[in-house]
Ligand binder design. Structure first.
Ligand SMILES: [Zn+2]
Length: 71
C-alpha cells in the first residue's frame, strides 16, 4: 500500500494520506490558491468602477450642506 503512494502535484514528493493527493498542507494550499486565482480571474473587471463611488461620496456631503443651509 505504501509503495503505491502518488506523487504530489505540487512538488513531486510522495503524497501523504492526510493531505492526498498532496504531500503536505502547504502544497495543498498552493494548489488551491492557484485554482482560486484561475476561477476569480474575470475578464473586463479592472476595478475602474470602484473609483466612481468614492468620488460620489466626496460630493454628496457638499450637496447636503447646501440644501439644509439655514442662512
Ligand atoms: Zn508537495
Amino acid at each position: 500500500m505504501n509503495a503505491r503512494a502518488r506523487a504530489c502535484p505540487g512538488c513531486g514528493k510522495p503524497a501523504v494520506t492526510a493531505y492526498r493527493p498532496f504531500c503536505s498542507r502547504r502544497c495543498a494550499d498552493v494548489d488551491l490558491a492557484r485554482w482560486f486565482r484561475g476561477q476569480y480571474r474575470l475578464p473586463g473587471r479592472d476595478g475602474e468602477a470602484a473609483l466612481d463611488p468614492d468620488a460620489g461620496l466626496d460630493g454628496a456631503p457638499d450637496t447636503d450642506s447646501d440644501q439644509g443651509g439655514a442662512r
